[in-house]
Design a protein around this ligand. Structure first.
Ligand code: AMP
Ligand code: MG
Length: 333
């Protein structure tokens, strides 16, 4: 973790802010971001154990899905690319299946097999240097092929040597869903889990109140563009300000266009509100790459999905139902 990415992670804290109300907040650094669990004030003691279990669940999923840990299941599958099938638990296969589904629906805008290209970008390095180009980039792009991800009962295989699975655009959302399920399973009725802007809620912060979610301005972290009340809902944001570096005066960020392998230009942030965080996470990334027009068209074509996009010129656009979210407020840019 570099000083810059730590700063970025801290800024992400304000990506979605629950409203005032004296809630209790616990934090832990997981999946490269500061994860917050909010509970209403005055929780029973047992809820501490539930919170620890929820953080533990997210850390377990990070161990499984991290590309940075050589011993993760993801790394093992990648090492076996072009070789044998690797046994994988049902939850891992479920995340892959869902990701592949979003890939098909978005006609390849969302690509779980983007790993070889992602690996060429060194967003974590203090001095990442010039962006990848030429043959290095072309070779990596040639290995991006979701159709070559093979799944058979309890096993997974990448068809070509050098292929790499990357769950960076969906794994965090899935982990938030699991954390919420663990909290609920342990008897917690009211909570908000926020992993750097990918968040989901249970219940409410106090009787008659709802968890308030604010959406951060992509260029002014201290300002909010819009806010709404979250009830039984998940939210995820993909932004060009979340992980990036500047080289030669150009901002290179981590959301990549699978056609070019370069950061997707056009939008500065895309937010999705839907029933679960895994889908919100995947869709936020996909909509970011699709851009304003196609992204909003995709959102409108899906049931129970709303979205907000901010484009590079600073214009904000909402899907038709977004403004009908309870307590919706638009502060503008
Ligand atoms: P998110 O922050 O959810 O938008 O996810 C961004 C992360 O997902 C990146 O750090 C990459 O690991 C991966 N990624 C980048 N571009 C794509 C894409 N077009 N499709 C799928 N995964 C991507
Ligand atoms: Mg995502």
């Amino acid at each position: 973790m570099t000083a810059r990415s730590l700063l970025a992670a801290l800024l992400l804290l304000s990506a979605c802010q629950p409203g005032p109300g004296g809630e209790e907040r616990r934090t832990r650094f997981i999946m490269g971001t500061l994860v917050e669990i909010h509970l209403p004030a005055g929780q029973p003691r047992g809820h501490d154990d539930a919170v620890n279990l929820a953080f533990g669940e997210m850390a377990r999923l990070e161990e499984m899905m991290s590309p940075h840990r050589p011993d993760s299941l993801l790394s093992l599958i990648n090492q076996n690319a072009g070789g044998p099938f690797t046994p994988a638990p049902a939850e891992f296969i479920e995340v892959v299946r869902r990701g592949l589904g979003w890939g098909k629906l978005t006609k390849g805008t969302f690509r779980l097999s983007l790993g070889p290209v992602v690996a060429l970008w060194h967003f974590e390095d203090p001095e990442p240097g010039p962006p990848p180009a030429g043959k290095t980039l072309t070779r990596a792009l040639d290995l991006v092929d979701d159709a070559a991800i093979e799944i058979r009962d309890g096993q997974i295989r990448l068809g070509k040597a050098g292929m790499k699975l990357d769950l960076g655009a969906i794994g965090k959302g899935y982990a938030v869903d699991r954390a919420l399920a663990v909290l609920a399973g342990a008897g917690v009725k009211n909570a908000l889990v926020n992993a750097g802007g990918d968040l989901a809620v249970l219940g409410r912060p106090a009787a008659g109140k709802a968890w308030r979610v604010g959406l951060q301005h992509p260029r002014k972290p201290e300002s909010l563009i819009a806010a709404f009340d979250a009830e039984d809902i998940a939210v995820a944001t993909s932004g060009d300000y979340q992980r990036y570096y500047i080289h030669g005066g150009v901002r290179y960020h981590h959301i990549l266009d699978p056609v070019t392998g370069m950061p997707s230009m056009g939008l500065t942030s895309a937010t999705i509100v839907t029933a679960n965080t895994a889908d919100a996470d995947a869709l936020a990334t996909a909509v970011f790459v699709l851009g304003r027009k196609k992204g909003l068209e995709l959102i409108e074509s899906l049931e129970n999905v709303e979205g907000m996009v901010v484009d590079a010129s600073g214009a904000v656009a909402f899907s038709t139902g977004f403004r009908r979210l309870p307590g919706f407020e638009f502060m503008g840019l």
